[in-house]
Ligand binder design. Sequence first.
Ligand SMILES: [Zn+2]
Length: 221
Amino acid sequence: MLVRLDGADTALLHALDAPHAGAVRTGMRVRVRWADRREGAITDIACFEPYDGPVTHEAVPHDGSFPDPVTSLAAPARLEYTYTAGRAQTRYLDGLARREVLGERCPSCRKVYVPPRGACPTCGVATTEPAAPGPRGTVTTFCVVNIKAKGLDIDVPYVYAHIALDGADLALHARIGGIPYDQVRMGMRVEPVWTGDGRHPDHYRPTGEPDADYDTYRRLL
Ligand SMILES: [Zn+2]
């Protein structure tokens, strides 16, 4: 169902726990049912449920005072005014030409980034340690594209997905092919299909392996 939260101007798509389809009507009031364990992600919303009771949670403007104010924070930042491939991406692009997917591991938090950007955005340190995630991966989430892009010779609808390569801590995104668009699913195992000139994966296709367990990729959603 589409639900417009009180105070919002647009609707979001989510599941509604209703006994049967006849119990649902346009205009009905619903409320969030929270997950048993919340961790600050969209998955904290388990679903919506019908609710006809009073509004129990009025928004109250914040008065600007905090019991434990944050007085300083470290915010490492890096800006490049002229875009160049740089060390990390040169290595990554050279690897693609050999049909190798190369990432880099942060020496501090041990996360593997692919494509590498040369530094860890969390720790602010250079990621110089090479890593070789993939080439296979898992579809974490995806969307169905129904609008044909200008200059792109791909029939719609098709699926564009976030893919967590095996061993990577960041999902990359790519088109899914080799399977009807309505059969793509979260957890599906995929592998790259390279372009004829081998410069980059043209799309990813199913490997035929059993789907990955949700817990193996949920942190990468
Ligand atoms: Zn790090």
